[in-house]
Design a protein around this ligand. Structure first.
Ligand code: 5AD
Ligand code: SF4
Length: 441
């Protein structure tokens, strides 16, 4: 067969993981992959709906896709992922060159869907498996990296944050049985993967609906004991469900890394209420105080939204103060955009674009200085670094991550891929630490 595929991924690590699965499935069927959209016989976008900007980038491809289709009408063009789930067959009206629309729950059926499109030349919409319990991607052995690998432990979300489209695109919360996870991670560890990232929209809710009576902290214990993984990390967590049991697991389990990503979204309780986050500013600050006390050298990152409906200067000041108080190692920040069908669609989008923008810039500037000051404190200390595959731009340099997920560059003079070594931190460059291998490793 040997048809060539161009696959581009937008959005979060779950989407990256889904794309990896799609690539594996299609490679097994004899497809080949190309980085050039112009050469491809199949063009797939795995899309994200979380913000308008992510959607605009996909809709922005319309022109080029129309041209490709004019020139080579046999080309099959598909949209996968969250935008596919959100827009369904409406997509064909917005982008007439499309042949297939496939939601995240149906993504493992992509080979069969392509067969149908090629054979019958029909347009296919596959969005019915949004709440499906079965995970089929774990059967796919292909992995795009050599040192780290992601594993979905749960998907969907039952929280009802008013700004968020994810419950509509990824469905209800459901977890995979822990024995399946042990099996998958053990096999990855045996294949040489060292860094396992557990994925879920809210990993702290892991196990809630499983009959085996397990929660996330207990899963971490089980994986630490039985999977053989060298490092285990996880993302993402909701503050409401993060508790001392989790922090103690992070402290006590040798394989579980000391990095917590705990999105706060706003530092103003009034805003958090409007967002239906189900926690206050104080509750969040108490949780992270508990985390820092339990895991003293742990790192902490967050997500923040500027310009949500009704956000005043006072609310924004509260977010700035929270940033200073929490001392995050890093933060991902976004301008609010209304998502169709979400509860917040009914609230006025009343913060002017220019104010959303300037608040975002201000927060980013503030966080840059906090991150820098925090990283500068590491100068002269030693850290355990796991080196990734040849990712440095400079020959002879190796790039790795600390257990706290800080990027470290060293001049090793030899291949460090997959090795763990002690590094003494010498210098800080923005988000990256420069260091030297400690003698004797
Ligand atoms: N507008 C802007 N940012 C959003 N996020 C989620 N929904 C929206 C939205 N409508 C952000 C949140 C979330 C991250 C993944 O994306 O900060 O944690
Ligand atoms: Fe985007 Fe959320 Fe879907 Fe991930 S789950 S691709 S962040 S909309």
């Amino acid at each position: 067969m040997n048809k060539t595929v161009f696959l581009q991924t937008f959005g979060c690590q779950m989407n990256e993981r889904d794309s990896e699965g799609v690539k594996g499935l299609l490679l097994d069927r004899g497809y080949a992959f190309t980085p050039e959209i112009q050469d491809a016989e199949v063009i797939l976008f795995n899309t994200c709906s979380v913000r308008q900007h992510a959607e605009d980038r996909v809709f922005g491809r319309s022109g080029i896709l129309n041209k490709i289709k004019d020139r080579r009408p046999q080309t099959v063009i598909g949209v996968l992922g969250c935008m596919a789930q959100e827009h369904g067959s409406q997509f064909f009206r917005r982008m007439p060159s499309l042949d297939l629309v496939c939601g995240p729950g149906n993504i493992a059926d992509i080979p069969e869907i392509l067969d149908r499109v090629f054979k019958d030349r029909v347009k296919v919409t596959a969005t019915d498996k949004i709440n499906e319990l079965e995970y089929t991607m774990d059967q796919v052995s292909y992995r795009s990296h050599r040192v780290r690998a992601s594993v979905n432990i749960m998907s969907g979300c039952d929280h009802k944050c008013t700004y968020c489209i994810v419950p509509m695109t990824r469905g209800i919360e459901r977890s995979r049985p822990s024995d399946d996870l042990v099996r998958e991670i053990r096999s990855l560890a045996e294949r040489g993967f060292k860094d396992i990232l557990l994925l879920g929209q809210n990993v702290n809710c892991y196990g809630k609906k499983l009959e085996e009576g397990i929660d996330f902290a207990a899963l971490l214990e089980k994986l630490d004991r039985e999977s053989g993984a060298e490092r285990i990390r996880f993302t993402t967590s909701h503050p409401k469900d993060a508790n001392i049991k989790l922090f103690e697991a992070m402290r006590d389990l040798p394989s579980v890394c000391e990095h917590l990503h705990l999105p706060v979204q706003s530092g103003s309780t009034r805003m958090l209420k409007r967002m239906k986050r189900e926690h206050t500013r104080e509750w969040y600050l108490d949780r992270i105080a508990e985390y820092k006390k339990t895991v003293p050298n742990g790192s902490l990152s967050t997500d923040l939204i500027t310009g949500f409906s009704g956000e005043t200067d006072e609310d924004f000041e509260a977010t700035k103060r929270l940033l200073i108080e929490a001392e995050f190692d890093s933060a991902y920040m976004f301008k609010y955009s209304v998502r169709p069908g979400t509860p917040a669609e009914k609230l006025p989008d009343d913060v002017p674009e220019s104010v959303k923008h300037s608040r975002l810039q201000e927060l980013m500037e503030l966080q840059r200085s906090i991150s820098f000051a925090k990283n500068a404190r590491l100068i002269g200390t030693e850290a355990e670094v796991l080196f990734e595959e040849g990712k440095s731009d400079t020959p002879g340099k190796s790039v790795g991550r600390t257990r706290t997920y800080k990027r470290v560059v060293v001049h090793a003079g030899r291949d460090m891929e997959g090795r763990t070594a002690r590094v003494k931190i010498r210098q800080v460059l923005n988000e990256t630490l420069l260091g030297d291998l400690v003698e004797g490793v």
